[in-house]
Design a protein around this ligand. Sequence first.
Ligand SMILES: [Zn+2]
Length: 226
Amino acid sequence: MNYPCDVIRDLLPLYLDGVCSTESRRAVDAHLTKCPDCRAFLADLQETENVAIPASSAGQELKKAASFLGVKKRLLHRQLLFAAAVVTVLLLVIGGTVGLLKRSVQVVEYRDNLSVALTDGDLVGRLRGSRYDRLRIKAVTLDEGQTCLFFCLWDTRWDDLTTGDDVYSEFTLSYAGKGAEQVAAVYYYTGDYAGLETMDDTGLQEVLAQSVCLWEQNSPADETNR
Ligand SMILES: [Zn+2]
């Protein structure tokens, strides 16, 4: 049967995709052997679609495989996006927690982690296992005219958690020539510092009872340091 070129050309895309009926395929094949114009048209079509004439079932399988790969690729893409989202959330949580720990300041409790020594005339304090964030210090003159230093330290929860016991944080409590010579004792006190310097004897005795004496004049620790 003879078909006009228009009809054949309408069929060519289906023919290329390998989805037309056996009868149509035969008609196209028969026409193509006789019509160079349609052969050229087919060649153009092939070039633009860049698709080889599928060898029937094998071509279909290839197409299915390609579309399966496409689905798999999209799925993988989605999984990667999900993983990236999870990682981002985790990083935000970790970052937020670290930030919170770094901003969270707490009083350093005395647990054998503090010492004071006279170094080249300076009274130097040492905090072991953390880094001090804030220091509060007050000089109190006792009845006998002796000066005592009371101090308190704050650290961040982050430093408390992350600093090892082999790490020291040092701070100068009183400098040589600027009062260090007059200091009779140094106490660590974490209580209320308001009115400490004008406190009466009874109050001061209470404060001393809650304090830890870290250094006294002529303390043996200084002699070993010299
Ligand atoms: Zn033709």
